[in-house]
Design a binder for this molecule. Structure first.
Ligand code: ZN
Length: 281
């Protein structure tokens, strides 16, 4: 397991942590000044018609890209909607490549708006992901499937456990160069009794590792993520298990915190992330 003391160059700030309040140029400058080595921007911060500008600003700050967030939901009520989602996700892959991001995070979508067909919607999502393989390979980008806590199954993701993500990676393996992996987010998987066994199975697929904390009495499962050390997740134990598989990517902080961290001074947030990464993760 890597020692993160004095090694913020191994750590990444997902820009959601800062609440999407500033331009990517300003964010990159702050993140670099705080000592971090990586940044993962969201699509809303990037002018996708001219991603070179953001890419240049991130490079100029001395940062590398951890990844790019994130896909449009693959689930939709009809074929036209599913095709539109695939097209939009193709564009996101191209932009990820233009930014120099190694991966695009995939939040796959929950049930289609008017559907209760869990199995059918899961299959439609798998088909949508499969359709992206040629673009992923042409662009040299990995699609990092992020399993979300089952709380989100209806509205955000029918991919809900790490074991299921491994199953999907295996189902999507067509024998060609690997282009689909897994983003493991502590917030979504910490509770899973099968986690240790699933991490071992996930070893060849792990592409990203996200940290924050789960408040013992969460006030909102979407927007009340806690700072590392302020909740119940054994983050150090989890990172040890992840890195025991050979994972050597950045440790990425991703905190959605509508009522707390998003109101604080961005430099205070970054300094706290830095201290907690080294002490708690
Ligand atoms: Zn995440």
């Amino acid at each position: 397991m890597r020692d993160l003391s004095g090694r913020l160059d191994l750590c990444c700030i997902n820009t959601a942590t800062l609440g999407h309040r500033e331009t990517i140029e300003r964010i990159a400058e702050r993140v670099a000044r705080a000592g971090f080595g990586f940044v993962t921007p969201w699509r809303r911060e990037i002018d996708e018609a001219h991603p070179q500008r953001a890419a240049a600003a991130i490079r100029a700050a001395g940062l590398k890209l951890g990844g790019y967030c994130r896909t449009t939901y693959f689930s939709a009520d009809d074929a036209a909607g599913r095709r539109a989602a695939i097209d939009d996700n193709r564009r996101a892959i191209e932009v990820a490549a233009e930014l120099g991001a190694p991966l695009l995070v995939a939040v796959v979508g929950g049930l289609s708006p008017h559907s209760t067909d869990l199995r059918g919607d899961r299959q439609a999502i798998l088909d949508g992901i499969a359709a992206l393989r040629p673009t992923l390979r042409a662009c040299g980008v990995t699609l990092a499937l992020e399993p979300l806590h089952p709380f989100y199954a209806a509205d955000r993701s029918l991919l809900n456990t790490l074991a299921q993500a491994v199953d999907w990676c295996e189902a999507l393996d067509d024998g060609g160069p690997r282009c689909i992996g897994i983003a493991l987010d502590a917030y979504h998987v910490w509770w899973d009794p099968a986690l240790d066994a699933s991490i071992a199975r996930a070893a060849p697929h792990l592409a990203a590792f996200h940290v924050c904390d789960w408040r013992r009495e969460t006030r909102d499962p979407l927007l009340d993520r806690a700072m590392m050390g302020d909740g119940v997740i054994d983050l150090r134990g989890l990172r040890a298990a992840v890195e025991a598989t050979g994972f050597s990517g950045p440790v990425e902080v991703e905190i959605f915190s509508r009522d707390d961290w998003w109101h604080r001074d961005p430099d205070e947030v970054l300094a706290t992330c830095a201290e907690r990464l080294q002490r708690c993760c």
